[in-house]
Design a protein around this ligand. Structure first.
Ligand code: UDX
Length: 456
C-alpha cells in the first residue's frame, strides 16, 4: 500500500485515540496515513511500547506496514498520559472495548474510565474539544452515561467548550485498514450542530472528494444504527443457514445455487448469504445479544432476533451431528479441524464457531487435532492441551477419520481430493464453509457439505 501523507493546507487537526485495540489502532494508523497528527492512549504499557517501536500487537493485513511508516514519520505515537494527549489534540476518539455480559448488556467500565479521564483533562482545557465515542454502545448510552460522566468530571456542560458525538465504526477484521480507508458511509450522532459540523469537516479533510455519504442524526439513533446494521447482517447469515438446513433434506438441492440466485435480487443482495458454521467474532454475537437485551428492557419481545441467535448457536452442533451420521460413534475417532479463527485473515478466535465444534467433538470423546495458519496461539488459551496442534494442513489430516473445514482460509482451498484420500485413515470430509466443488470431491471420498443434499 502506498504511503503518501497528504498534509492539508490548513493547520493539521490533531487527534487523540483512547484505546488501541482493533478499532483504535486501525483508526489511528489510517488517520496518520491521511496526514493527521495522531496520539494514541492506552493503559497497557507493553502495547504502547510495541506500537511506538512500529510493531503491531494484532494481525491485520497492511497494518504492520502502515504502522511502521506512521511511527517512522512521527505522525503517530502512543502514551499512557491521557491528560497530555487531550491537551495536545483537538478531537479525542474513545475506542475502548465494550465486551458483552452474560445478560447481553455491554460492559461499560473501560468507556466510563476513558470518559472520566477525558472529563478531568477537560477541566483545565481552554480551547474547543470534541469527544467522539466510537466504541459500540447500546442506544441511550452516550446521552445517559458518557455525557453525564464527562460533565461531572470536567465541571462543564457539554456544548460549552467541548462537545460529545457518537460515531460508529463498521470495519471488518481481516480487512480493517481497507474498510477504514473506504467506508460506505459515515454516521454522526450529535447533540449540537457545531459538533456535527466539526466532525464532518474532519472526515471531509480525511477523505477529500471520496467522502462517502454522511448521515447526521441524534446520538441514540446513531447507536441503534450500529446495532441494527450488524443484527441485519447476522439475520442474513442465519437465514442462509436455515435454507441450508432445509436443502440438506431435499434430494439434489444445493444451498450455494439457492443463495446465489436469490442474492441477484437487488432487494436481497448477494453479500452475507454464505451458509456455514454461523457467525462469530467480537461484533455480531455481541450486537445481536445487545439488541435483544435492550428490547427486553423496553418490554418488547424481539422474536426475530432470538431466532437469529438460536439458529446460529445450533449450526456448529449440526456439523458434529453430520460427522456422527457419517462415522457412527465419535468415541475414539480422530477428527481434524482445519481453521480456528472466526473467519479468514485474522488470528481472532473470539466466539469462533470452530472452537465450539472442537469442544463438542471433545465432549463426544473424539480425538481432535487442529490447524490454523494464524490463530493457533490464541486458540491454545481456549483449547489448552485437550487437542493436538498441527503445523500444517497436511500434518493435521494425516491418519484422521474425519476432517472438518471450519474456516475458509485460502490455503485450504488449494487442497485437492487426492490430498484427503492419501493422508486420511478413513477419508471423510465435511466442508462446513463450502470451499470445495462437490462434483470434484465425491467418489471414494465420503464428502458432505453444509446445505448440500445428503448423498450428493
Ligand atoms: C462485523 C461487521 O461486518 C462490521 O461491520 C462490524 O464493524 C464488526 O462486525 P467482523 O466481525 O470483522 O465484522 O466480520 P464479518 O466479515 O462481518 O463476519 C462475521 C462473521 O460472520 C464471521 O464469523 C463470518 O464467518 C460469518 N459470515 C459472514 C458467515 O457465516 N456468512 C457470511 O455470508 C458472512
Amino acid at each position: 500500500m502506498s504511503f503518501r501523507p497528504k498534509r492539508p493546507l490548513r493547520p493539521i487537526t490533531r487527534i487523540s485515540i483512547f484505546g488501541l485495540g482493533y478499532v483504535g489502532l486501525c483508526t489511528a494508523v489510517c488517520f496518520a496515513h491521511k496526514g493527521f497528527s495522531v496520539i494514541g492512549v492506552d493503559v497497557d504499557l507493553r502495547r504502547i511500547k510495541a506500537i511506538n517501536e512500529g510493531k503491531a500487537p494484532i494481525y491485520e493485513p497492511s497494518l504492520d506496514e502502515l504502522l511502521r511508516r506512521s511511527v517512522g514519520l512521527k505522525m503517530l505515537w502512543c502514551t499512557d498520559d491521557y491528560e497530555y494527549a487531550l491537551r495536545t489534540s483537538d478531537v479525542s476518539f474513545i475506542t475502548v472495548g465494550t465486551p458483552s455480559q452474560r445478560n447481553g448488556a455491554l460492559t461499560l467500565k473501560y468507556a466510563k474510565a476513558a470518559a472520566k479521564n477525558i472529563g478531568k483533562s477537560l477541566r483545565t482545557n481552554r480551547s474547543y474539544h470534541l469527544v467522539v465515542i466510537k466504541s459500540t454502545v447500546l442506544p441511550g448510552t452516550t446521552e445517559n452515561v458518557i455525557k453525564p460522566l464527562i460533565e461531572e468530571f470536567s465541571g462543564k456542560k457539554c456544548g460549552s467548550t467541548y462537545d460529545v458525538c457518537f460515531n460508529p465504526e463498521f470495519l471488518r477484521q481481516g480487512s480493517a485498514i481497507e474498510d477504514v480507508l473506504n467506508p460506505d458511509r459515515i454516521i454522526i450522532g450529535e447533540f449540537t450542530k457545531k459538533s456535527g459540523d466539526f466532525l464532518e469537516c474532519l472526515y471531509r479533510e480525511c477523505y477529500g472528494p471520496r467522502l462517502p455519504p454522511v448521515i447526521r442524526t441524534r446520538p441514540s439513533t446513531a447507536e441503534l444504527i450500529k446495532c441494527a446494521n450488524n443484527a441485519f447482517l447476522a439475520m442474513k447469515i442465519s437465514f442462509a443457514n436455515t435454507i441450508a438446513n432445509i436443502c440438506e433434506r431435499i434430494a439434489d438441492v444445493d444451498v450455494v445455487a439457492v443463495t446465489k440466485a436469490i442474492g441477484l435480487d437487488a432487494r436481497i443482495g448477494s453479500l452475507f448469504l454464505d451458509a456455514g458454521l454461523g457467525y462469530g467474532g467480537s461484533c455480531f454475537p455481541k450486537d445481536v445479544r445487545g439488541l435483544i437485551y435492550i428490547s427486553e428492557k423496553l418490554r418488547y419481545s424481539p422474536i426475530l432476533l432470538r431466532a437469529v441467535e438460536k439458529v446460529n448457536s445450533l449450526q456448529p452442533h449440526r456439523i458434529v451431528e453430520m460427522a456422527r451420521t457419517l462415522l457412527g460413534s465419535l468415541q475414539g475417532k480422530r477428527v481434524a479441524i482445519l481453521g480456528l479463527a472466526f473467519k479468514p485473515n485474522t488470528d481472532d478466535v473470539r466466539d469462533s464457531a470452530s472452537i465450539r465444534v472442537a469442544k463438542e467433538f471433545l465432549d463426544k470423546k473424539a480425538k481432535v487435532i487442529v490447524y490454523d495458519p494464524m490463530a493457533t496461539k490464541n486458540a491454545r488459551k481456549l483449547l489448552e492441551n485437550k487437542v493436538k496442534y498441527a503445523s500444517s494442513a497436511i500434518e493435521c489430516i494425516d491418519g484422521v477419520d474425519c476432517c472438518v473445514i471450519a474456516t475458509e482460509w485460502p490455503e485450504f482451498r488449494a487442497l485437492r481430493r487426492k490430498d484427503f484420500l492419501c493422508c486420511m485413515r478413513t477419508p471423510t470430509l465435511i466442508d462446513a464453509r463450502r470451499i470445495y466443488d462437490p462434483d470434484e470431491f465425491g467418489g471414494k471420498l465420503k464428502f458432505w457439505a453444509t446445505g448440500l443434499a445428503k448423498g450428493a
